[in-house]
Every structure is written in C-alpha cells, then in structure tokens.
Design a protein around this ligand. Structure first.
Ligand code: GCU
Length: 453
C-alpha cells in the first residue's frame, strides 16, 4: 500500500523530528523507581549469554514519532489523528507485524447458548456457555465462550473478556463447565484435538479469581485460545486459517495473519456475541490477556475499538515492550521460536529493529482515547519491564493531543506502586511472569475509575 519512496521519506522525517531516547537516564541514582536486581541480571545472563539483560547494553535508538504522517506532516489536531494518522499506523502494524485478517464478521456466523444457569457458584452468578460457529457450517471452526455475570450487579454488567491457555474448564472447578477439546501435537500427524480430562478442571484458577471479580461487580468471559487457532507452527493447516485464507489467495501473502492475528480476530467475534446479550454492557467490555495473549489483547484493542479498556499483562516482545531496546526477547528470537505468531513481513526485521516503521508505543497509542493498562513483573526480564513502561510513556503525546493525560509520570515507578493517574495505567509487580490476584485488583481499580463506578 505504501511505496518504498514514501516509507523512506517517513523514516527520514522521523529521524529528524523524533525524540532521541537515552533510556539509561531513567536508571540513574536520583530515580527511586524500579531497577532490576543485579543478581538476577547476572544469573540470567549466565543462563542465556546471547540475550541482553543489562540496561547498560541497550543500544541508543530513535523511536518513530506517532504524531507524524507518512508524508512527513506533523499531526497537531485530534481530527487528523483520527482520520489519517491512526488509520496509517494501524495499517503499518497490519502490514509489518501482525498480518491482515482476511475477513471481518462472517455472514453466516451463528451463536448458540448451550448452557444457562441462574444459580451458578452458589447463587453468586449466572453462568452461560455459548458456541460461536464462525462459518455457520456444521463441521466448521467454533469457539466456546464461558460467561459468569454477577447476580447482585445491576444489568447490563461491564465485563472482562480473557483468552485462556488451558481450556475454559481450567479457570474454575465448577463441574458444569464443558471440558474443552485441546489441540495437542501428535507424532507424524502434526496436530490433533482431544477432549481434556477431568484432572485439569480448575487448574489455572489462580489466574482467574472468578468469585472476587464477580463480587466487585464485573462479569467475566473466557475462551480457550486453541479453539480459535492451535498454538503450533503447523503451516496454518488447522484452526481458522485454512477456512478463511482461501477467501483471499492460494499462497499466503507476506502480510497474511498469523496466530496472534487469528486470536485477536476471535476476540472481536466474542464482542459480536456480547452485542446480542442484554446482560453484558457492550460499551464497557475490557479485553485482557497474559503474555502471548497480552500481545493478542493489545492487537485486539487496536483493531477493534468496541473494546472500551485494554489490558496487557506481561506481554513483552511484540506486545507492550519497545522492540528497539533489544532487551530480553528480541524480534529475531521471537520469530525464530514462534514462526506462526506474526506475519512473514515481521521476519524481515530480525536484527533490524531500527528499520521497523513502527514500535510498540504506537500500538499503545492506538488505544487512545480509551484507557489502557500495562503490567510488568520484577523477575520477568525476558519481557523487558522498562521497555514496557517506556512504550506507555511514549504513547503519551497521542493522549495529550486528545486532551487526556497519558501515564501522568515520567519516571518508572517503584515495585508494587501502581500508576493510575491518567488514561494509561502501569505497574511493575513483585514476582515472576504470571497473572495474579494483585494484577486483577489493580485492573478493577482502574476500571472502576474509568467506568465511573
Ligand atoms: C515465551 C515467549 C514470550 C511469550 C511467552 C508466553 O516466553 O518468548 O514472548 O510472551 O512465551 O506467552 O508465555
């Protein structure tokens, strides 16, 4: 869509007008903000010598300015942001990072509520389970949404939608949750689906805290990400890809969607269902994801502005962390380990982060004017906590252009000191790569504030 010439011009203009960031300044002695433990840095560096875990070794870099158009024009008003700048940036992410979904809402998609229980969880909630049949065809791809809505809350209820890794039945021990069919790798056959066993029921409940969410007056909806697309590099033979890719071309284009694109698209189809459910407040749906699913939540929120609040938990490389810092996981590393997550074009930037027409602060800026919340974890240096914080900070000019406060702070906060002053929220939590009750409580604090509850 963009000529080489305009891209070159775009990058040149950025280099001239954009801000140069010597990020190490954030770690100086006057700053009481978070710093990684030197022992941890040493230990991780020993374990993975090819990976940079040290702030001193972050190269100097220049970020693209999110408020400059491809033709070099500075964006100084909200209307130009909305009508020209935002669509350009979104298209750059589609083309060079996550890939393009071949279809919006399929015409024959159908919803079937196969379970409705008004006295679930000892009367605390109403539980629903809904099958979304993406094509309407009997043997076509489907996903199941598990929904709990608090009985005590006024309807419609603001609701969190979260993809899960282990199957819907793993988020709670409720015996009525349908056991998901799980994608598994199987010898020479590649990938197959098998029904999960009872043993795994409730296994990831420490990441969901269902009762606590309901008691704070929020609904929770969750979907097994494998229902949408298996998380294996299978040459896009399973899940959604084979069904919808054929609508476009016989060969996969360099900007064809990968798995993150498919998972994010699935979230939009869940939103389509929420719009039909009178008990869900579809104007206050929050999309939340952890790790690779945090990358997915950000991409879902960028593509689909029906999500009113977007949360990235420990999403790291290809999520909230700035790629140009090359700290922890890098573009090359992620593309080699997970060749199916992003589009083919993204691989051209392996080791060439400075050539990328975007960086992840621009992804965060695509949420504006909606609230967005990013978390890091103290021990999760692989995901580059400081790079995640900086992406939030440098999304700020877009929020300010729209008359809002971004993060509202310039320096990285201390451990367990959430920043919730503006429209961008952030915290770095003690502990490792995980989604914990602490994180959930902070998300609900921020949601309370922005949803005026
Ligand atoms: C790996 C990967 C990360 C990802 C994480 C996860 O660690 O390198 O990019 O976020 O898996 O999804 O758990």
């Amino acid at each position: 869509m963009f000529s080489r010439k305009s891209l070159v011009m775009y990058l040149t203009v950025f280099t001239i007008v954009s801000f140069s960031i010597n990020n190490y300044a954030f770690g100086n002695a006057a700053n009481k903000g978070w710093r990684s433990s030197p022992d941890l840095v040493e230990e991780l560096t020993k374990r993975r010598s090819e990976t940079n875990y040290s702030e001193q070794r972050v190269p100097k870099y220049t970020l693209p300015n999110p408020l400059v158009l491809l033709d070099g024009t500075s964006v100084t008003d909200a209307r130009t942001w909305r009508t020209r700048c935002r669509p350009e940036i979104l298209e750059l992410f589609r083309k060079y990072v996550y890939g393009r979904a071949p279809i919006a809402r399929p015409k024959n998609m159908s919803f079937k509520v196969f379970d409705r229980e008004r006295k679930a969880l000892a009367g605390l909630a109403t539980r629903k389970q809904v099958t979304v049949n993406f094509t309407g065809a009997k043997d076509g791809p489907k996903m199941d949404i598990l929904i709990y809505l608090p009985n005590a809350a006024e309807k419609p209820v603001p609701t969190f939608v979260v993809l899960n890794f282990g199957g819907n039945h793993t988020i709670h021990s409720d015996p009525s949750i349908k056991l998901s069919e799980m994608w598994m790798r199987s010898g020479s056959d590649g990938v197959v689906k098998n029904r999960a066993t009872e043993e795994s029921r409730g296994r990831s409940s420490s990441r969901f805290h269902v009762e606590k969410i309901l008691k704070r007056g929020y609904g929770l909806a969750t979907i097994y990400y494998g229902d949408i697309d298996p998380d294996f590099h299978d040459d896009f033979k399973n899940g959604l890809h084979p069904v919808f890719d054929k609508l476009i071309d016989s060969e996969r284009a360099p900007d064809a969607w990968g798995s993150i694109g498919a998972w994010a698209w699935g979230l939009s189809r869940a939103m389509d269902y929420f719009e039909t459910d009178d008990n869900i407040d579809n104007r206050r749906v929050t999309v939340l994801g952890h790790s690779r699913l945090g990358k997915t939540a950000l991409w879902a929120g960028a593509r689909d502005e029906r999500f009113a609040f977007v949360i990235s938990n420990n999403s790291g490389c290809g999520g909230a962390a700035l790629s140009r810092r090359r700290f922890g996981e890098t573009v090359e590393r992620i593309n080699k380990s997970f060749p199916h997550w992003f589009c083919e074009n993204f691989k051209k930037y392996n080791g060439k982060e400075d050539d990328l027409p975007v960086d992840q602060h621009m992804l965060i800026a695509l949420m504006a004017p909606r609230p967005v919340y990013v978390t890091s974890a103290d021990k999760d240096l692989w995901a580059d906590p400081r790079g995640e914080f900086l992406a939030c900070r440098y999304a700020g000019p877009v929020y300010r252009l729209l008359g809002l406060r971004g993060l509202g702070v310039r320096q990285m906060p201390g451990l367990d000191q959430p920043v919730q002053k503006g429209t961008i929220g952030y915290h770095v939590r003690s502990g490792g790569h995980n989604l914990t009750e602490y994180d959930w409580q902070r998300f609900m604090d921020f949601a309370d504030k922005h949803f005026q509850r």
